[in-house]
Write a protein that binds this ligand. Structure first.
Ligand SMILES: NC(=O)c1ccc[n+]([C@@H]2O[C@H](COP(=O)([O-])OP(=O)(O)OC[C@H]3O[C@@H](n4cnc5c(N)ncnc54)[C@H](O)[C@@H]3O)[C@@H](O)[C@H]2O)c1
Length: 271
């Protein structure tokens, strides 16, 4: 179904599952027209069909966000089919664990391409066009790992710390350029999605323990619907930092205090 002339519109990457799909449902309920992107074309079509069935204006654009040309295509299709883009959610992401000196460079490369470079590709395409339409808001989904550093998560942590830094720089640069766009960065703790499903079954004992802890924490985490509500409330309030879990603020503070005190990093698995 096509967007109606004055309908607000949103683009969401990683919209086939988890937080992205919950954002799509919440935004559709608020009357937004949507462009949904995901590498999993089949799951994306399922998500699109379910929303369309409930009367939403929604298009699916299968996209591998590692590929800058596919993101340019997503941007073109979004503006062509929705007419405008009020909200851009750079949400798709992947997780990998292992000892940083043992993980193959290809793993770092893939995680950085999905979690970080894709955000830069999207900014290059969307910022000029959203600025030209006179308003808009960009939401980058980072993680609590973007604020605090834990072990055996190096590719993920590098990518999410970089997304946080990129978002801070983006907000400052938009302001300096006088461009009418808002920015938020989301730093959730555990959310009950399938993101940990593909973690390795083999490897050193401490990494297996970490994978088990991650799977357990994520399974018991906040629901994607609750996180989506928190994100949309934050965007509506114009907040830059959106921290759905209180523990993320505590972790950021503890890290900053450790740095100021000159303390070395420390970690213990919870009992
Ligand atoms: N689940 C958590 O505990 C948690 C915590 C903090 C941050 N996050 C972040 O939230 C975001 C959403 O994750 P989620 O938990 O909903 O996970 P998810 O696995 O349910 O959803 C991620 C989606 O991204 C898609 N995707 C992966 N690679 C892609 C690619 N190359 N191109 C396009 N799409 C691709 C997947 O197909 C999937 O549909 C991620 O950025 C993640 O890092 C999640």
């Amino acid at each position: 179904m096509a967007a109606t002339p004055r309908q607000q519109a949103a683009v969401i990457t990683g919209a086939a599952s988890g937080i992205g799909r919950a954002l799509a449902q919440a935004l559709a309920a608020q009357g937004y027209a949507l462009a949904l992107a995901d590498i999993d074309a089949e799951a994306l079509e399922t998500a699109r069909a379910a929303l369309a069935h409930n009367g939403a204006s929604v298009v699916a654009v299968p996209t591998d966000i590692c590929d800058a040309r596919q993101i340019a295509h997503l941007c073109d299709e979004s503006f062509r089919q929705l007419g405008r883009v009020d909200l851009l959610f750079n949400n798709a992401g992947v997780l990998a664990t292992g000892r940083c000196w043992e993980l193959p460079p290809e793993v770092f490369d893939h995680v950085m391409r999905v979690n970080l470079w894709s955000v830069l590709h999207a900014l290059r395409c969307f910022v000029p066009r959203m600025a030209a339409q006179g308003s808009g808001h960009i939401v980058n989904v980072a993680s609590m790992a973007g604020l605090a550093v834990g072990p055996w998560l190096a590719p993920y942590t590098l990518s999410k710390q970089a997304v946080v830094a990129l978002s801070e720089g983006l907000a400052l640069e938009l302001q300096a350029a006088g461009l009418p766009l808002g920015v938020s960065v989301v730093c959730p703790g555990p959310v009950a999605t399938g993101i940990a499903a593909g973690l390795d079954q083999g490897g050193p004992q401490e990494v297996l323990q970490m994978n088990g802890a991650l799977r357990g924490g994520i399974a018991a985490g906040m629901t994607p619907d609750a996180v989506a509500r928190c994100i949309l409330d934050g965007v509506r309030a114009g907040r830059f930092w959106i921290l759905p879990h209180e523990q993320a603020a505590h972790a950021a503070l503890a890290r900053a205090q450790g740095i100021a005190a000159g303390s070395a990093p420390s970690f213990a698995f919870p009992d």
